[in-house]
Design a protein around this ligand. Sequence first.
Ligand code: FAD
Length: 318
Amino acid sequence: MAAARAGGEASPQVPFSFEIYPPRTLAQLPALHETIRVLAEAGPRFISVTFGAGGSTTDRSLAVLTHILRETRVPPVAHVTCVGSSYAEATTVIRHFLDAGITRFLAVRGDPPLGLGEDDIVFGDLESAAQLVQLIGRVHAELSTYREREMPGVPGAVRVIDGERVDIAVAAFPNGHPRSRHRYEDIDALLAKQAAGATSAITQLFFHADEYLDFVARARAAGVVIPIVPGIMPITSPGRLRRVLELTGDARPDSLAAALESAPDAAAQREVGLAHAAALARAVVAGGAEGVHLYAFNNHETVLGVLRTAGLIPERRS
Ligand code: FAD
C-alpha cells in the first residue's frame, strides 16, 4: 500500500494546499480519486474537503477524507459546519472524524441552504464558528488519552505529556462577510476564533491582491497572530463569476468580467481565469503571503496550471 501512495516528496518553497468537495454521486468517485492522486503528487501541505451545512454530506465527506488519509501522504483537512446543528449532533460528527484518524479541521459556520439568504438561517445551539472551534478542541481533549513519560533519576515518578495536537483552521473575509456591518467586525470575528483555539485562517476568495494584503495588515495590527492563508479561486467562466458574486456580495471585478465575456469559447475563458488566479497568487506571495490555498472544484488541471504559471511548481516535463 505504502508504495502506491502519492505525494509528500516534493518540498515546495511556497506551500500550497487544495480544497475539493465530496462527489454528489458514487459514480463520480473514481474520477475524484484520480484527481486526488494527481493533486497529491504535486506535494500540497494538505487537501481539505468541504462539508454540507446541516450534515448533508457527512458520509461522503468522510469517505473522501479517509481515502486521502489511506492512499496519499498528504494530510486531509475536514471542513465542519455548525448551522442548524445541536451540540450533540456537532459533537457526534467531530467524534466520527477523530475516530477515523482525522486530526485537522476547518471550522466554519456553514452556508445558508441553497436558495436561502443570510436572514433565513436557522441556528442550532451553535451560532458562530468560534463556538465550533471551542467544541472541536473540547471533543478532541476528551478523546485523546494522555501519555506519561518516566522522569529520569526519580524512580517510579512519571510526567504527563501533552497528547496529539489538533489543527483547527477558520475562515477569514478580506472583503467583509455579507453579515458584517463594518470592516472591523470581520477582524473581531477572527480574533474571537483565534481566542477560541484556531491555529490558522484561510480567506474567502478575493479579486485584487491589495484586498488580502490590507486585510492581513489590519488583522496583525489588531492582534491576530495565526497564519492567514489567501484562498484563490480560478474564475473560469462568466457563470462562475456570477455565482461567487451572489455568494460573497463582492463588487464585480470589471476587467476580469470583461475579459471572461469577450473570450470566444470555454477554453479561452479558462485561460483568462487561470492567468488571473496565477497573477493573484504571484502578487500575494510577493506581498508576504506564506502560502496559497486553491479552490480546485474537483479539477486538477486548472489549479496545477495556476501554480505552474505562478512559478510555484515546476513546469510539466514533456
Ligand atoms: P462566523 O465566523 O461564525 O461569522 C461570519 C460573520 O458573522 C463574521 O465575519 C462576522 O461578520 C459575523 N459575526 C460572527 N460572530 C458575530 C458576533 N458574535 N456578533 C456579530 N457578528 C458576528 N460553508 C459550508 O457550508 N461548508 C464548507 O465546507 C465551507 N467551507 C468554507 C471554507 C472557506 C475557506 C471559507 C472562506 C468559507 C467556507 N464556507 C463553507 C462558507 C462559510 O460557511 C460561510 O462563508 C459563512 O457565511 C461564514 O462562515 P464563518 O465560519 O466565517 O462564520
